[in-house]
Design a binder for this molecule. Structure first.
Ligand code: ADP
Ligand code: MG
Length: 680
């Protein structure tokens, strides 16, 4: 067997199982080795029945009585009652009545499974029963639980992995020996064995550290190779004339925060130096990045150069267009827009005006500007909401023509170490301070029973002249999922809020429809907007003071934070109400993080910490910007730092050598992030 053999070379895997593994993106034996468990099952000492906690897995030692099986139509239910000195608990199995013959009222069992609350009583659903000795021996082990797909059992994966592990000893080491020694890293083969079948918590922890170190190390090497060396290119664009910017600042209805001032100073310094500016502006949602973009663009135009502002969505392009026009046209600056939903002739016109130099500032969606516009004299490129774009895309436009200055704006709360890695070729300005006079958003994390009170609250805000968002996870009702949908909820709320204009917004509408609705919401005509997460990015309607999010349990914390950032953008008190379904304790704990804090950086790190021990390998898989398999930039920030330092200290030739080696050995598939970048 070799690492790049198909998984069906493993005994017991035929066509059917192979195609199930394919669904999980596991095609080869080598990929099976790095198909890490999602978490580990631990067998803790049994507790008393009265100590069981609903929503969690628990184990008790008890005797059985009242064993019954019931068959009703499709339902095949097996139940019994377990009892110890402190109370009773029900046991229930669905479609497993064959278990009945193995249950006996004569023994004590250790019963283990998920506990739920049914009316007044507790119930184990689909529990497993063990004899005492059997359970005690299990208590010493950690048993892997793999991410699965329908038709593939955990046991089948375990068996397959066990066989694949004969290859573990021969897996190549990528980290140079001296570095491995310095940090006491384990052998790769040992790590793989430990991660799948840990001997103990401690050995597992050591193995993970090594794997995480390796992942960060290769990640750092890779990024470094991608971004090349930091270049200090000469720039033909020297912006010296900031008179008009001062005038603009003086005319603002607010005072810039110190961080905003400093950021603009950074930009002025960069763009007057004769070298090309490549700067990242990092600032949490609502920290006021748009005005910085406006200032930078104004600075460019004052020196006769053109600027373009690229955003990920049409909704945002239109909003920026209106904003820029309103604040800059009175100063004689010509602002134009280019988006996909414009009529062909309007697009053509916008391109022509940009090409002939008639337009000073062009705003639009990234794809369109990047692919189709040749500017007359482009001096500045601003990319807003950078976290929506891939790292690799960020500089393509600036390759065009005469090397414009580059400004990138992101609300992703990433640690500085990582920002430096990801954007190693950029300078960074951070906007930490929120605008003055902002009241912190008041949050509530509540179950469905609170709806009436929430509606009353929304009504109060609307009657005070404010506006509100209601967010649902789905566009239309679905039979499969029990979650709120925009379409029917909009009708329901229109009924509930008679006398107020209620509208909906979702991704299946045409760009023109979305614009029309967003425009009417921004102008204050629409009072209540029922929307999917399409409004997540950048939308700014400061008069909106309430957001109500349905099925919050279906969203990630980072996403909830971005969503919530749509309110609290003016001086009025704002509110965010997070509704959730079900009574899972973990969900509540997670949502309470966001309920108790408005700080994006804190939320992101808590999110990671919470997933931490229980869900070790989830990492940042969902972040979109990059994919890591074992490492987690928040939880493992210290390892990240060391691994990056070591990677950066290598010589160019050593770096290339290691990367080539990883690619030769199927590194492309061994590390998720290679996949993400393989297309470059
Ligand atoms: P983001 O950083 O999320 O892009 P925006 O630039 O959209 O935030 O700003 C959010 C709101 O705050 C806008 O209405 C903007 O006009 C306002 N704002 C920006 N800077 C300040 C400031 N220094 N003082 C008061 N309000 C500000
Ligand atoms: Mg913004």
């Amino acid at each position: 067997m070799r690492p790049d053999d198909s998984v069906d070379t493993i005994k017991g895997i035929g066509d059917k199982t192979r195609s199930l593994f394919e669904k999980l993106d596991v095609n080869t034996v080598g990929e099976l080795l790095t198909f890490y468990p999602r978490e580990y099952e631990t067998f803790s000492y049994p507790v008393k029945i009265k100590e069981l906690v609903p929503g969690r897995v628990g184990a008790v030692e008890a005797s059985l009585s009242n064993i019954k099986s019931i068959r009703k139509g499709n339902l095949d239910l097996l139940t019994c009652t377990a009892k110890d000195s402190t109370g009773i608990v029900d046991l229930a199995w669905y479609n497993q009545s064959y278990l009945k013959s193995s249950l006996s009222v004569a023994y004590h069992y250790i019963i283990r499974g998920k506990v739920v609350k049914k009316g007044k009583f507790l119930r184990f659903e689909q529990p497993k029963l063990y004899k005492r000795e059997e359970y005690l021996s299990l208590m010493k082990t950690l048993s892997p639980i793999y991410p699965l797909t329908a038709g593939l059992t955990n046991n089948a994966v375990k068996k397959a992995v066990k066989q694949a592990l004969v290859l573990a000893e021969d897996v190549p080491e990528y980290i140079p020996a001296d570095i491995r020694k310095k940090y006491k890293l384990l052998k790769k083969g040992t790590c793989l064995n430990e991660v799948h079948f840990p001997k103990s918590e401690e050995t597992l922890c050591d193995a993970k550290k090594t794997l995480i170190f390796e992942e960060f190390f290769l990640f750092a090497l890779f990024l470094r190779e991608m971004s090349g060396k930091k270049e200090t290119l000469k720039s033909p664009h020297i912006f010296k004339n900031d008179e008009i910017c001062n005038k603009f600042i003086a005319g603002l209805p607010f005072e810039l925060t110190r961080d905003q001032m400093n950021t603009f100073e950074d930009i002025k310094k960069d763009t007057s130096s004769g070298r090309v500016m490549v700067r990242l502006i990092q600032g949490d949602v609502g920290s006021g990045k748009t005005v910085i973009a406006e200032l930078a663009a104004l600075l460019a135009t004052a020196s006769g150069a053109q600027a373009c502002v690229m955003v990920p969505t049409e909704v945002l392009a239109n909003q920026h267009y209106e904003d820029f026009k309103k604040s800059l046209e009175p100063l004689g600056v010509k602002v134009d827009i280019l988006t996909g939903s414009l009529k062909a002739s309007d697009k053509k016109g916008a391109r022509k005006r940009a090409e002939e130099g008639e337009t000073d500032i062009l705003i639009g969606t990234q794809a369109l500007i990047q692919d189709s516009v040749a500017f007359k004299n482009l001096g500045l490129v601003v990319t807003d909401e950078q976290h929506r774009f891939g790292v690799n895309q960020r500089l393509t436009l600036s390759d065009k023509g005469n090397i414009p200055h580059v400004l990138v704006m992101s609300a992703t709360p990433i640690p500085r170490t990582l920002a430096m890695m990801l954007y190693g070729d950029m300078d960074i300005s951070v906007i930490k301070e929120m605008p003055k006079g902002r009241l912190p958003i008041k949050n509530a994390v509540v179950g469905a029973g609170y709806h009436e009170a929430a509606y009353k609250h929304i009504e109060r805000e609307l009657s005070a002249g404010h506006q509100a968002y209601v967010i649902c996870p789905m566009v239309e009702a679905s039979e499969l999922l029990d979650a709120k949908d925009v379409t029917s909820y909009k009708d329901e709320l229109a009924d509930r809020f008679k006398g107020y204009e209620v509208e909906m917004l979702h991704g299946r509408m045409t760009p023109a429809q979305k614009d029309e609705i967003m425009g009417r919401f921004a102008s204050g005509e629409v009072k209540l907007l029922v929307s999917t997460t399409v409004i997540e990015v950048g939308v700014n309607v400061p008069n909106a003071t309430v957001m109500m999010i349905e099925n919050s349990e279906r969203f990630g914390l980072a996403q909830l934070h971005q969503l919530r950032g749509r309110v609290g953008r003016g001086n009025a008190q704002s509110y965010c109400i997070f509704f959730y379904e079900g009574n899972d304790e973990n969900t509540k704990e997670r949502l309470n993080v966001i309920g108790n804090s408005n700080d994006g950086f804190f939320i992101a790190s808590e999110d990671m910490r919470l997933r931490g021990p229980g869900d070790m390998f989830l990492g940042l898989r969902q972040s979109g910007e990059f994919e890591l398999k074992v490492g987690d930039i928040f939880r493992d920030a210290d390892i990240l730092k060391l691994a990056t330092e070591e990677a950066n200290a290598l010589s160019d030739s050593k770096r290339s050598e290691i990367l080539e080696e990883t690619l030769r050995n199927g590194g492309k598939t061994m590390f998720a992030f290679f996949k993400a970048y393989a297309s470059i």
